[in-house]
Design a protein around this ligand. Structure first.
Ligand code: SF4
Length: 339
């Protein structure tokens, strides 16, 4: 059993169930999350006999790094092999003032967004809290990490239980001590109550909108047929209020001749008028066999200026790691469904 996903009280419980003491758990816990030990042998204040027994019952695996690709811009993408052989991807993005990691929450994804490489892979399984934490610990062993975005493979809110266990460890002052403003959870808009629960963590929320109306959004994102834009907006407003975050980020992938017209920009400005929103425009990153294409720079600039004119907070995301398919929507591991 991989013990990287347990809070201290949970670790105590698991240890006691397996014949170890509370003190053993208290000694082991900081080695896992603060000193980032790779093996039980490193845990010098844990008696050797206990270390030996721990090794027999538990693991502290971050997965096996099968491939580590480095982009010319410094971005790195790791393909991690999990204990059951499934593969996931996680990305490190260095910037001048911060180092961000992009973390996966599922193997594959069931949401089937048409523009997304992961979406073509289908859903395989949820990641455990330990497997989510493994990605963070994998990068923390290499670099100081300041920001985390849950924007890798999968829909985080459909793995809420394990996501929240990981968030507890990441936000705990005496554990990983990330600021809630440095963690962003991305969702395609699952409205079954998980958002209300997530609000208690106060983390930032990014919503994949990608269209100004239901007609276009439903063509791009099947989830929109269940939860459309009209249903989405009031719940997001509520999230903003109860999580005490400054705004909701709307991700908007610009797809040539699909959702990038001036009319789309005007319509988007209209629906987000008076909404505490920031729009993040994302130039599309092609992947093999994708049927969508990147908008021209002129169109991207025009879209931006229309939103700006309407006083919508707007940014354009710089593409990172495109040469190693590490950019947004490009992640796809080689795991395949067994059925
Ligand atoms: S964009 Fe996100 S929610 Fe949609 S298929 Fe890709 S990973 Fe899943």
């Amino acid at each position: 059993m991989n013990i990287l996903g347990f809070s201290l009280p949970k670790l105590v419980e698991i240890f006691e169930q397996n014949g170890f003491s509370k003190l053993d758990a208290k000694r082991v816990f900081p080695w896992l999350h603060i000193k980032l030990a790779k093996t039980f042998d490193e845990m010098s204040d844990v008696p050797q006999k206990v270390r030996q027994e721990l090794k027999e019952k538990f693991s502290i695996s971050v997965g096996q790094c099968e491939i580590l690709q480095k982009s010319a811009d410094g971005t790195q993408k790791a393909l991690l092999k999990l204990e059951d052989g499934n593969l996931i991807e996680t990305v490190f993005i260095p910037e001048e003032k911060r180092n961000t990691i992009c973390v996966s929450s599922q193997v594959g994804c069931a949401m089937g967004c048409k523009f997304c490489h992961t979406g073509t892979q289908g859903f395989i399984r949820n990641l455990s809290a330990a497997e989510i934490m493994s990605q963070v610990i994998f990068w923390k062993r290499k670099f100081p990490i300041s920001n985390i975005v849950f924007m890798g493979m999968g829909e985080p809110l459909l793995n809420y239980e394990n996501l929240s266990a990981a968030l507890e460890l990441l936000l705990a002052e005496k554990v990983h001590n990330f600021s809630r403003t440095k963690i962003t959870v991305s969702t395609c808009g699952i409205l079954e109550g998980q958002l209300q629960q997530l609000a208690k963590f106060g983390v930032k929320l990014a919503v994949s909108l990608h269209a100004p109306n239901d007609n276009i959004r439903s063509q791009l994102m099947p989830i929109n047929r269940k939860y459309n834009i009209v249903a989405l907006l009031p719940i997001l407003k509520e999230y903003k209020k109860s999580s005490n975050t400054e705004y909701i980020t709307f991700e908007y992938l610009l797809l040539k001749d699909v959702n990038d017209s001036a009319e789309c920009a005007e319509e988007l400005a209209k629906i987000l008028k008076n909404f505490p929103a920031k729009v993040n425009l994302i130039p599309y990153n092609d992947w093999p066999d994708s049927k969508f294409h990147r908008s021209t720079q002129e169109i991207i600039d025009k879209f931006f200026s229309i939103l700006f004119k309407h006083k919508i907070r707007v940014t354009t995301r710089k593409a990172r790691g495109t040469d190693i398919l590490a950019a947004c929507g490009q992640l796809k591991s080689k795991s395949k469904r067994n059925n």
